[in-house]
Ligand binder design. Structure first.
Ligand code: NDP
Ligand code: VHF
Length: 421
């Protein structure tokens, strides 16, 4: 690259801003044509996508990347099918842009309502998971936003191959190439530039862990919707149905280990611990999950569990490791979650209506659940069609962010020569 990273990012930013103005006036049919054309381009480029991904996976393995992370990075035929299907599903979703609601006639004679509009330019920084490039591109496109995508460095070749397909689809639909731009360098200076140009970027979505968020919180000059780590809990209440508790706690931990919505700490009311924990421990141990427990858990489960340290209660393992703690009350469970959790997703298993209501009201997380697995915290599972990720912020969007989360509303006013007196 002959220009500096900073100048390169400014060029991307300026082009994105121009593209966002054009996208704001594009109709639904044209956006859907682009989504379908990108899907067709992916389908026609399977060999190139797999070859680019093999380079990334080989580099990642040579650099000692953890197996779970390599799995996230890998593009298989089935994952390419999923990306294609995802694009087609987003094309089928209702277009939120331009929707006008709450029109009211006011005593002055004017009519006032709200119209849904794109945010403008969305910058997304995310992990080395190539399918996210398509999820993010498709949702931003459908919601009329231009986007600048900065994926994880291990996925650079896969993302460039996907970017090529996106460019083909945009061109075929007559949309500007800068509607979706995938950053071509792995230099983290590009992240610094992206979060420092409010004149070109309206919002930054960082998906990642603590290191990323420390940097963003320190340096960003652009509004941020944080998509952070998931230290998610299941609390088995003393009034839980044992069979439901085992099913939910098993699924929340073992259905997939790496997603941010997988359970990392299991809290169990001590009055029910001897009914549920031995059965759960058998399941976890059969599946190869390492158990780390509080002293009471160690006493109950014996040699099958090792002693947890204070750090375990804060840990996001993204791996087959589970921290288990017995609590004496619902209050203690709620206090534990609010102190050690990451405000992502937490669930209670209980048949007790008032305990469930208290949990929903008092646990300060983006999704709170009753008798359901934390793994449900997902845009598709919530009926949003797809998601950019799961916002752990409270402002603008909280929880799984779909099309609506990528928009805002402006007031629209109709008069007929009305003036204010
Ligand atoms: N809430 C949500 O929706 C989601 C949250 N996550 C969370 O992401 C984490 C796992 O992903 P992982 O890949 O390890 O996350 P990382 O935070 O390591 O990386 C994510 C992205 O951020 C970049 N990055 C990280 N640190 C910095 C920094 N200091 N300056 C600039 N860029 C930086 C990475 O770039 P580089 O490649 O250069 O390292 C990468 O593009 C987990 O905590 C998981 O819970 C994951 C998915 C969704
Ligand atoms: N929505 C996702 C979880 C979020 C996500 O993508 O997480 P990750 O696997 O950490 O990149 C799911 O449940 O599949």
């Amino acid at each position: 690259m002959s220009e500096s990273v900073h100048d390169y990012m400014i060029r991307l930013g300026r082009a994105a801003r121009d593209a966002s103005r054009q996208l704001a006036r594009v109709d639904t049919a044209q956006k859907n044509r682009a989504l379908e054309a990108i899907a067709a381009a992916l389908d026609a480029s399977r060999a190139a996508l797999i070859a680019a991904n093999e380079r990334d996976v080989a580099n990642a393995q040579a650099n000692g990347l953890q197996a779970a992370m390599v799995d996230r990075l890998a593009l298989t035929a089935a994952r390419i099918d999923d990306m294609i299907e995802g694009l087609r599903q987003v094309a089928k979703l209702p277009d939120p842009i331009g929707e006008i609601r709450d029109m009211r006639h006011l005593p002055s004679g004017i009519q006032v309502g709200k119209m849904r509009v794109p945010l403008g330019v969305v910058g997304i920084i995310y992990e080395s998971r190539p399918n996210v490039t398509i999820d993010a591109a498709s949702l931003c496109l459908k919601s009329g936003n231009a986007t600048i995508l900065r994926g994880g460095s291990e996925a650079i070749h896969s993302n460039q191959a996907i970017a090529h397909c996106v460019a083909l689809g945009l061109a075929e639909a007559g949309l500007p190439a800068a509607a979706v731009q995938v950053v071509e360098t792995t230099d983290r200076e590009a992240v610094g530039a992206l979060i420092g140009m409010p004149e070109f970027v309206d919002v930054i979505v960082p998906r990642g862990g603590k290191g990323l968020i420390e940097r963003i919180s320190r340096d960003a000059k652009v509004p941020v919707i944080k998509h952070l780590d998931g230290v998610c809990h299941v609390y088995i209440d003393k009034a839980a149905d044992v069979e439901k508790a085992v099913r939910v706690a098993d699924n929340a931990k073992t259905q997939r280990y790496s997603p941010c919505n997988a359970m990392e700490t299991l809290l169990v009311h001590r009055a029910i611990a001897s009914d549920v924990l031995p059965a759960l421990a058998t399941i976890y141990l059969e599946k190869g999950v390492e158990l780390r427990g509080c002293p009471a858990t160690c006493e109950l489960l014996g040699q099958n569990v090792i002693a947890a340290s204070e750090g375990d209660w804060f840990a996001e393992y993204n791996a087959p490791i589970l921290a288990i703690r017995m609590v004496a009350s619902l209050d203690e469970a709620i206090a534990h979650i609010n102190h050690y959790g990451s405000h992502h997703t937490d669930a209670i298993v209980t048949e007790h209506f008032s305990d469930a209501r208290r949990f929903l009201a008092e646990v300060d997380s983006s999704s709170v659940m009753v008798n359901a697995s934390t793994r449900f915290a997902d845009g598709f599972e919530y009926g949003l069609g797809a998601e950019i990720g799961i916002s752990t912020d409270k402002l603008h969007a909280r929880g799984p962010v779909g099309l609506e989360g990528l928009t805002s509303e402006k007031y629209v006013v109709f008069g007929n020569g009305h003036v204010r007196t």
